[in-house]
Design a protein around this ligand. Structure first.
Ligand code: CP
Ligand code: NVA
Length: 312
């Protein structure tokens, strides 16, 4: 039975900790196997990317496989070919698909018609690979067990915030989100997380950040929302993470941002470049975390993954 990674809860807590453990081993150079030898990852992008594209392509190569960049501008998807047809065709050629798209329902349809693993490289709803890298970065700074940590999210209740809620649901840490009215996270994702973790949603950034171990933010205008830029600049005016706001967090607090960042909007240059910033470790950890995810989903012997390699 093939597995997908559309959202963090697609794996249970033990599986997530195992994937993270493998990610740390990969980073230390202790895992040098090439379980993707002879396999191909299709990478479909309907939105721009630097980190996701490069880390998946490099990661696939390092695991012995080949990555194929497929921009929706160039493939028939961009001209309206049905997702269900593309899913079945690509399943005959490649061994896994990583996709960055708009509607989350699109990736769910892709996963339901494909017979190969599908990995979510960002949708309007979620960005699970990024939050796995973020969680790995937290472990590097505070140790493997995540349950005692307090994470603050300052800004938009967007795809990153929703994936943090999913991480709280699985790992059980305290999550405090400061979001303006009208920009809160997805209600169903919030409700589920509240069933498993201490989750606070407030409009006050200082309430969210007080004594937190991790301070996290993201752009105010995500890809696809460009027409809302002016309204968002107004709505988020009080949500700028600067040194003064950071001083309310725990003295050992680290700062995370998935990047790309807009200095002077959601974050001050002094925080991005300051001693608490771990943003470039975080970016590096995309590579290791995603390699671990690919080993788990696509690294089985032919016949175990349900992949295209079975047919060869
Ligand atoms: N953080 C992240 O996903 O970056 P890219 O948009 O550059 O892939
Ligand atoms: N929330 C941002 C994340 C970019 C990596 C976006 O969706 O554009």
């Amino acid at each position: 039975m093939k597995r997908d990674f559309l959202s963090i809860p697609d794996f249970d807590r033990d599986e997530l900790y195992e994937i993270l453990e493998l990610a740390h081993r990969l980073k230390r150079g202790e895992y040098r196997e090439q379980p993707l030898a002879g396999k191909t990852l299709g990478m479909i992008f309907e939105k721009s990317s630097t980190r996701t594209r490069v880390s998946f392509e490099v990661g696939t190569y390092q695991l012995g496989g080949h990555a194929l960049f497929l921009s929706s501008r160039d493939i028939q998807l961009g001209r309206g070919e049905p997702i269900r047809d593309m899913a079945r065709v690509l399943s005959r050629y490649v061994d896994g698909i990583m996709i960055r798209t708009f509607a989350h329902s699109m990736i769910e349809e892709l996963a339901s018609f494909a017979t190969i693993p599908i990995i979510n490289g960002l949708t309007d709803l979620l960005h699970p690979c990024q939050v796995m890298a973020d969680v790995m970065t937290i472990q590097e700074n505070f140790g493997r067990d995540l349950s005692d940590r307090t994470i603050a999210w300052i800004g938009d209740g967007n795809n990153m915030a929703n994936s943090w809620l999913n991480a709280a649901f699985r790992f059980g840490f305290e999550l405090r989100l400061a979001c303006p009215e009208g920009y809160r996270p997805d209600p169903a994702t919030l409700e589920r997380a509240r069933g498993a973790a201490n989750v606070i949603v407030t409009a006050d950034p200082s309430e969210a950040i007080r004594d937190a171990d991790v301070v996290n933010t993201d752009v105010w205008t995500s890809m696809g929302q460009e027409e809302e830029t002016q309204a968002r600049l107004k709505a988020f005016a009080g949500y700028h993470v600067d040194a003064q706001l950071m001083s309310l967090a725990s003295e050992h607090a680290i700062f995370l941002h998935c990047l790309p960042a807009h200095r002077g909007e959601e974050v001050a240059d002094e925080v991005m470049e300051g001693p608490q910033s771990r943003v470039f470790d975080e970016a590096e950890n995309r590579l290791h975390a995603q390699k671990a995810i690919m080993v788990r989903l696509m690294g089985g012997a032919p016949g175990r993954t349900g992949s295209a390699s079975n047919a060869r």
